[in-house]
Design a protein around this ligand. Structure first.
Ligand code: NDP
Length: 321
């Protein structure tokens, strides 16, 4: 077992814009960071289309390309990027203490500092018929799965920027897109509302929720319910896209790190410090307010600077042989 334990200076958990930016800064500060990518290397941006709002890309850039470039930039300065999932952690309460992380339920890594950048995951409606048909026509990623519905009729749930962005993406591929919005208004920005309102093959239905997803093996339609009148109606679609927000991926830190009631990690003041010395949190795992690639990258940078300053002020115990 002992040869399975590796001691490192800085462990970065997660590989979105926060994780890779933390890695760029940590590597340049000689913290020899090791990034464990998690289940979705590159994070949420690998499931998006065009990123038009990240500074420095006047023509925009597609999400997966941007993430490959961020990884290459981190590796250029010596970041060790590893495919693997951190499945458990044991954070020390001591200043200068060693933190432990289990990788894929097997190998243990000991780290002097840890930067958490585990991001957030898509939410589902959690009705039984939706769960049963995940992978059979129900998807939370239009960019990943939209291609399979070329020329067909699909529906998308949600009224935020994600739903609006994905609806316009689907409108380019599909015959018709029905947007299902539970309120009588759309939460998306004015620019995104304008975009969906101007696409003739998008139908927007307000005050409408999914009562049931119809179909045995694959999606064949939806039973909708008007939440004002209670009136039900069936529509024929072959795909259902869910775009109703995200949950932070912080389950493995529960009980060790302070979190708010929805699971976002609480950081101290304007820093990325958590309640454990030497453990820092960045990106969507600690931010439910802004949730942008550029803000995630910014907090990744902050976490690396906080880790560097922390290491400069503590003496870490000798490695156990
Ligand atoms: P949001 O939380 O902004 O929106 C979620 C939407 O889903 C809301 O319309 C909400 O309805 C609806 N919803 C939530 N739960 C349910 C449910 N159970 N049934 C039906 N509808 C439901 O999430 P987004 O993912 O859209 O956006 C997250 C953040 O990312 C935002 O800050 C957004 O601005 C940003 N973003 C920016 C983009 C860009 O700038 N290019 C692109 C995508 C996202 P209700 O309003 O009733 O709560």
């Amino acid at each position: 077992m002992s040869e399975q334990i590796e001691r490192i200076k800085t462990l970065i958990i997660g590989s979105g814009p926060a994780g890779y930016t933390a890695a760029i800064y940590a590597a340049r500060a000689d913290l020899k960071p090791v990034v464990y990518t998690g289940m979705e290397p590159g994070g949420q941006l690998t499931t998006t289309t065009e990123v038009d709002n990240f500074p420095g890309y006047p023509e925009g850039i597609d999400g997966p390309t941007m993430m490959v470039q961020l990884q290459q930039q981190a590796e250029r300065f010596g970041t060790d990027v590893r495919i693997g999932m951190v499945t458990a952690v044991e954070f020390s309460d001591e200043v200068g203490g060693i933190h432990k992380a289990t990788i894929d339920n097997d190998k243990v890594v000991e780290a002097e500092t840890v930067i958490i950048s585990t991001g957030a995951s898509a939410k589902y409606l959690n009705i039984p018929s939706e769960q049963r048909l995940r992978g059979g026509g129900v998807s939370a990623c239009a960019v990943c799965d939209g291609f399979f519905y070329k020329g067909q009729d699909v529906a998308i749930v949600g009224g935020g920027d994600t739903a609006a962005e994905e609806a316009s993406y689907l409108a380019n591929i599909c015959n018709k897109v029905t947007m299902l919005i539970r309120k009588d208004y759309m939460r998306a920005s004015k620019a995104m509302q304008h975009r969906v309102n101007n696409l003739s093959n998008i139908e927007i239905r307000y005050n409408t929720e999914v009562d049931e997803v119809l179909g045995d093996q694959v999606v064949e339609g939806l039973r909708l319910v008007n939440n004002k009148t209670g009136e039900k109606e069936e529509i024929t679609v072959t795909g259902l896209f869910i775009a109703i927000g995200h949950t932070p991926n912080t389950g493995i830190f529960k009980g060790q790190l302070d979190m708010d009631e929805t699971g976002y990690i609480i950081t101290k003041g304007k820093s990325t410090k958590t309640n454990k010395p030497g453990v820092f949190a960045s990106g969507d795992a600690q931010d439910k307010e802004y949730r942008q690639a550029v803000t995630a990258a910014g907090t990744g940078c902050m976490a690396a600077l906080d880790a560097e300053r922390y290491l400069a002020t503590v003496e870490t115990p000798e490695e156990v042989s």
